[in-house]
Design a protein around this ligand. Sequence first.
Ligand code: C2E
Ligand code: CA
Ligand code: CA
Ligand code: CA
Length: 287
Amino acid sequence: AKSAGGNRFELADPEADARAITRHGLTTALPAALDRNEFFIEYQPLVHLGDGSVRGAEALVRWLHPQHGVLGPDRFIPLAEHTGLIVPLGRWVLEESIRQAREWRERYGEDTVAGPLRINVNLSPCQLSHPGLVQDTVDILERTGVAPEALCLEVTESALIGADDDLLKPLRRLAEMGVDIALDDFGTGYSNLANLRRLPVSILKLDRSFTQSMQQFPADPVDLKIVEGIVSLAHSLDLAVTVEGVETGAQAEQLRILGCDTAQGWYYARPGPPERLHDLALVDATG
Ligand code: C2E
Ligand code: CA
Ligand code: CA
Ligand code: CA
């Protein structure tokens, strides 16, 4: 698609041209944006399906762009991956969200109903293959005094498909330290299920498409069987199952009955500022 014809077509199409300029503009603005602290993190609660308590949150990065307003990660993470800026940006997200986890711990202590609140952080494939990942993570945990057990790193299934031992080594070291590794967007990457045993993961995050198929009640019996099969396989391998994209109480109930452990979605809360998690966790701890 990078032929001369493709370029001519883009120039002849004002919308495509504007998109390209924006993409180019955003890409060149990224490094300064990091220096100017234009990124911020929203936190979305992770809820235990059995008792409804908040167990932690996923950190989701946003960019407060001076001209375009708040941009979601889908607009700029791919650009940051392309230019390599994802490494310093990802390190910033890791540090900032682990600091936040310490603040939650200071606020609630170590032994709320659910123990200290945990923090989930997304890792892009470039971060995985960057040699500083393990040391950076160790340094941040030591600086903040947060236990490795309170951290979960989310890696997409597609990033690990066909991963060789060199790529898995840093994840294995982190897992040995007590950091949880979650396989994100599980079910979209067509990975060999038997392959799971080879990966240092302790959590499967079922992709939103499975949750969407639970919208009808009763849900499609084939979809039910598939989720049921994944959950029982996961549990037999000692993996916990988290579901994302839960938007209704009916979905939550269906997924709870199917044996899923933890849920995340608009039904509980949209991603929001860190103070909101304080309030949500307090409601659970007292009610
Ligand atoms: P993800 O890791 O699959 O994150 C879940 C996405 O689903 C988030 O979109 C979240 O806002 C959205 N979501 C949560 N609950 C619901 C729901 O009930 N219904 C629907 N329709 N959507 C829901 P968001 O925040 O736009 O993030 C998009 C993706 O950007 C993430 O997908 C993740 O892959 C990536 N991302 C976000 N933050 C970071 C980061 O710090 N580093 C890296 N490498 N990637 C990130
Ligand atoms: Ca994720
Ligand atoms: Ca996901
Ligand atoms: Ca997703």
